[in-house]
Design a protein. Structure first.
Ligand code: NDP
Length: 252
């Protein structure tokens, strides 16, 4: 375990998919670097608790909290609990996100709203709550998990692409707002990562996608976690408002 983040407290949203989700990879990589971690889930708290146990086994403090990032009161309660338990927030990773894919002509208002709410409003609410604490601390790191589909578009994902492109614009503006206070805001844009979200690509569809990825494989959640841990570390203290793509070369 490196100790680059020892003494730092990280909140990672949406780590409630046990061994499969990107949130787990992020939490484990931050814990491996010595950070204490607060892991959130909306429904799968047992899975989040399993991730917390995995992090605690690395020798850090870890806690799972139920939070709905779309709900203002729930987000405020998450940060209150974190402060009561761990006393500070140094790193926020806005990872929780959903897809509701369909072609625009078939897309319901609910499919549009739910994706924009979870992927964009959730990051707004969590960043606002965390940055209040970080401003008092005069330091902090916010890392937002977007997607390559927010950079280049994807048929059937107008809602998702709009939310992730919006998240990039949000991050650049927030980076400018918070820079003078020692807080950086960056984005990690994953390509295809092996999770429940990408299980839908099977057989020929998966083979076609693999041909488009120069490194010839889907990424693992730890590949995303390693990029987040770097952006959260002192090594990245002069980097803000940037998008780091973790996609095996897909968008090159
Ligand atoms: P998963 O579907 O595996 O996990 C998503 C997590 O977000 C779950 O823990 C879920 O909690 C949580 N979540 C969803 N809505 C809410 C909410 N309103 N409040 C709190 N938590 C919520 O997703 P991935 O791990 O695949 O993706 C993680 C992030 O990475 C997402 O932002 C996604 O868009 C992005 N991404 C993923 C890619 C991939 O290939 N997998 C590629 C590019 C980007 P619960 O289970 O409790 O509902």
């Amino acid at each position: 375990m490196s100790n680059a983040l020892t003494g730092h407290v990280a909140v990672v949203t949406g780590a409630g998919r046990g061994g499969r989700g990107i949130g787990r990879g992020i939490a484990v990589e931050l814990a491996s670097a010595g950070a204490d971690v607060v892991i959130t889930a909306r429904t799968n708290i047992a899975d989040a608790e399993a991730v917390a146990a995995e992090c605690a086994a690395l020798g850090v403090r870890a806690m799972a909290v139920v939070a709905d990032i779309v709900d203002e009161a729930s987000v405020e309660a998450l940060f209150k609990t974190t402060m009561e338990s761990f006393g500070r927030v140094d790193i926020l990773v806005n990872n929780a996100g959903i897809t509701r894919d369909t072609l625009l002509l078939r897309m319901s208002v609910d499919q549009w709203d739910s994706v924009l709410d979870a992927n964009l409003k959730g990051a707004f609410l969590c960043s606002r709550a965390a940055s209040k604490i970080m401003l008092r601390q005069k330091s902090g790191r916010i890392v937002n998990i977007a997607s390559v589909n927010g950079l280049r578009g994807s048929a059937g994902q107008t809602n998702y692409s709009a939310s992730k492109a919006g998240l990039i614009g949000f991050s650049r503006s927030l980076a400018k707002e918070l820079a003078s206070r020692g807080i950086t805001v960056n984005v990690v844009a994953p390509g295809f990562i092996d999770t429940q979200m990408t299980d839908a690509f099977e057989g020929d569809a998966r083979e076609q996608l693999l041909k488009m990825i120069p490194l010839g494989r889907f990424g693992q959640s730890e590949d995303v976690g390693a990029a987040v841990a770097f952006l959260a570390s002192n090594a990245a203290s002069y980097i803000t408002g940037q998008v780091l793509t973790v996609d095996g070369g897909l968008t090159v």
